[in-house]
Design a protein around this ligand. Structure first.
Ligand code: TRP
Length: 315
């Protein structure tokens, strides 16, 4: 029992898409299966409320959806503890105490928070809420309440871990060596672009393939993906470097397939429609086990709820 405790989390604001899958979920499963760690995954519904306070139903509904996505991907509740933030009131309590160790100016300088505030002008107008500005404090409570030592995250989360470390140091300076200072492990895979070529994949952008999408939805979305705009007829010579279909073939198709596809595209011997159909088939195939497991859990919701209850109880 000398496993290192690792802690990660997500805001439950929607079902998970392939960007989440390649970005963080695959890595979490790898860490889980390595047997070296004791992983915890937090469903951060309280944090989700900070930018969805006007839509609590969305958050409530997605707690279970995200849990089903985790389980369907292979997060194994026997190895990874999945728990719900709002059901552990001590996290909120700690947040109040930690808030004395953070200045408003420091929060306003946090690059991640700053970027998000800029993106959420519609919600916040000219003045951001105290709750949202302060979510790094609550995230520090998420991490330290569980003595999370290693935090596997993507680059966007680094400023939050840094802010947590500062809080820990200040707290320990006054109250003694109580809290464990966490370390980020930059472990996430690469960020996947949207079907339209946008750097970000997301629901609001309408450019995401969800792990729970049906075969028909996947095909329809792939058919709408952006290809080389200069290629109008099939025998025009294509440039796979500026084609989202080629980009996704790299993620879902074998190296051999990719090679052939790119060669034929560049020579004007392969039509985009055929290329898209092949991609859709490969995505459908790769996501099939996930969809099947989801169907199982959707038919056994009491099992999902039991897993969440048990994980939260243990936490
Ligand atoms: N901020 C993370 C996100 O937006 C979610 C999160 C909440 C988290 N608490 C955490 C991540 C603790 C790592 C550790 O996705």
């Amino acid at each position: 029992m000398n496993k290192k405790r690792i802690l990660t989390g997500d805001r439950p604001t929607g079902r998970l898409h392939i960007g989440h899958y390649f970005g963080s979920i695959k890595k979490r499963i790898e860490l889980q299966e390595s047997g070296e760690y004791e992983p915890y995954i937090l469903i951060a519904d309280v944090q989700a409320l900070t930018d969805n306070f006007n839509n609590p139903d969305k958050v409530r509904k997605n707690v279970r959806e995200v849990a089903i996505d985790y389980l369907s991907c292979g997060i194994d509740p026997k190895k990874t503890t999945i728990y719900i933030q709002s059901m552990i009131p001590e996290i909120a309590e700690l947040t109040v105490f930690y808030s004395n160790f953070v200045t408003i100016a420091r929060l306003e300088r946090n690059p991640t928070v700053k970027t998000e505030i800029a993106q959420k002008k519609e919600l916040f107008g000219e003045s951001v809420t105290y709750g949202f500005l302060g979510y790094p404090v609550s995230q520090a409570a998420d991490i330290t309440a569980f003595e999370g030592k290693y935090i596997p995250v993507g680059e966007d989360q680094l400023p939050l871990i840094e802010q947590c470390r500062e809080i820990v140091r200040k707290f320990n300076h006054v109250y003694g060596e109580v809290l464990v200072e966490p370390e980020a492990i930059l472990s996430n895979g690469k960020r996947i672009k949207g079907l339209d070529g946008n750097e970000k994949m997301g629901k609001s952008l309408g450019n995401a393939i969800y792990l729970s999408d049906t075969e028909e939805e996947i095909t329809k979305k792939v058919m709408s993906a952006i290809t080389d705009p200069n290629r109008i007829k099939k025998d025009d010579l294509g440039n796979p470097n500026i084609c989202m279909v080629a980009y996704y073939h790299n993620l879902f198709s074998s190296q051999e397939e990719v090679k052939t596809i790119c060669q034929e595209c560049k020579a004007g011997k392969r039509g985009c429609v055929a290329c898209k159909k092949q991609l859709a088939q490969n995505i459908i195939k790769e996501l099939k086990p996930i969809r099947e497991k989801r169907a199982y859990y959707e038919a056994h919701l009491e099992e999902v709820d039991e897993i969440l209850k048990e994980g939260t109880r243990k936490s």
